[in-house]
Design a protein around this ligand. Sequence first.
Ligand code: CDP
Length: 229
Amino acid sequence: MNQKKINIAIDGYSSCGKGTLAKQLAKFLGYKFIDSGSMYRAVTLYCIKKEIDLRDENLVSIALKNMTIGFEFNTQTERFEVTLNGKNVESEIREMKVASRVSEIAAQSEVRKYLVSMQQKIGKDKGVVMDGRDIGTVVFPGAELKIFMTASVEVRSERRFNELISDGKEVTLSEVMANLIDRDRIDSNRDDSPLRMTEDYKVLDNTKLSRSEQLEIAKSWALHYINQN
Ligand code: CDP
């Protein structure tokens, strides 16, 4: 495709399939897909491993200087996987020990400043689909297409539970549901860059949509904006 490239922001609640859609859309357009949540998870993992008190914003911000977060492309999964000081931590960051603390870390302004600036560098030449909580509001406020995804909490919990089980993680459905509800509450109520929908988002509720149905909708939105450029 030699049309002008755009950036696509996909935001929404925990586990509503943002990553799945972002990956499908990026593949269709020949764009790069970046999961910004994996970066917050990597910072959390580092602090847990180093036994840093996660509530101490000062210690966490000092720790940022000792970590290098990057991405490497996995040709099998066809996605950029997150690396922490050179090691691929894509699977480890999905564990409940990280999920249960990540929203505390993500509420800290120094952490957000550090990661947002990395994310903006990744997107400066356009051609990026990035998913998260503040991509359309803070990271790429000028993104040509902004999608806000949502689904019922039951459907989201079940999807995430199945994902974790098939990846060999030991979790229960109620533990997963409690974590999603908790993260949604913290993510929506924090002072710095809370999850919120502004009127320039297109809403995609995928409670009753299959993966291919949601892709068709998003593709038509993306092509509309690409052809306008
Ligand atoms: O995949 P899931 O929806 O479970 O979450 P994630 O995208 O991996 O993000 C994990 C956590 O990182 C979220 O619950 C937020 O606390 C935080 N996050 C954020 O604050 N801003 C982003 N742009 C992305 C994630």
